[in-house]
Design a protein around this ligand. Sequence first.
Ligand code: DAH
Length: 336
Amino acid sequence: MNLEESLNKIWQDAEKDFEGAENLRQLEELKIKYLGRKSYLAEFPSLLKNLSSEEKRKIGSLYNDLKTKIQNLYLKKKEILSEEKIKFDFEHPGIDIKIGHQHLISQTLDEIKNIFLQLGFSIVDYDQIVDEKENFDYLNVPPNHPARDMWDTLWVKNFKGYLFRTHTSVFQVPIFKKFGVPLKAVIFGKVFRYEATDRTHDFEFYQLDGISVSEKTNLGHLKWTVEKFFEKFFTQKVKIRFRPSYFPFVEPGLEIDISCVLCNQKGCPVCKKTGFIEVAGAGMIHNFVFKSAGIDYKKYQGYAFGFGVDRLIMIKHNIDDIRILHSSDLRFIEQF
Ligand code: DAH
C-alpha cells in the first residue's frame, strides 16, 4: 500500500468509526486514535522525508485535507451526541411515584355519612374549640356538677372558659338554634380528652352525634334507626339491646349494644363472651336541652345518640389498638 492508499484507507476507517460512536466517551477515544500524539497521522510527516518535492506537495496536501476532514467528523459527531444527551428518552423507566389514598378513618366517615343521608339525616358541622357553656352548661352539666368528671377536659390556655370539645354532643343546642325543629341531623368529627393513652383510649378521637326531633319522635324510632344503621355498616343483620344508663342531656338515658358481629354471639374476646358489644350512648333529649335552645319542649320531643367512630372501625376491621389507627404507619395504612 503506498502512502496515498494508506491515507484513503484511514479516511474510510475513520468515517465508519466516527459514525458508529455511541457516546462522548467513545468519541474522545476515537479522537485520540486518529488525531492523538501517537496516531498514524501524527507520525505521517516523517514518512514524507524521502519523497520528491512534487510528491511531497501532493501527499502533504492530501494529508492536511484528511486531518481537517477527520477533525470536522469529530466536531460534527460531538454536536450530535451532546444534543442527544439532553433529549428525552421516553423509554427510560421512570421513577415510581407512589399514589396515596384516603385514610381508613376518612373512608369510614364517608361511608357512615352516606348511610345517614339514606336514612334522611342532614349532615352538619360545628367548631372544635367551643366555650364551656356549649360543651357543658347547655347540656345540663352545670359548673361543679360531678357529671363534668365524665369528660376529662383540655382547656385552652389564656382563653378562659374555652376548651377542645370533649364530645360531638356540643352541636345540639347551636344546631337547634340555627335550624329550629323539626330536624334530623348528624355531626362527625374529632373530640379531645385529657387522657392517658392505651389500646382503647386516645386523647384525640372521632365521634358522631345524631338528633331527630319532631312532635312524635320516640324511642322506637331510635331503635329502628340504629338497627338500620348498624346493619348497613356491618353488612349483616344485628340485634339491638337498650340498657338504662345516665347522661345528663337525655331522659331516659341508655347504652346501645349490638349483637357481636365478629362471633355471631358465640362468645369472643371482643364481646368478652357476652355476645353483645356496647357501641353508643343515647336517649330522649332532656327538656333542659330544649330549654337551652329556646324550643317548646311541651310540643316537641326527640332522641339523641352518640358513637365513637374509631371504636366502630376497630370492631369492623378487628383492630385491637386505637393508637395504630391514628399513627402514620404505612404498613397499616396501606392495608385498607
Ligand atoms: N356525648 C356522650 C359521650 O361523649 C355520648 C352520648 C350519650 C351522646 C348520649 C348522645 C347521647 O347524643 O344522647 O360520652
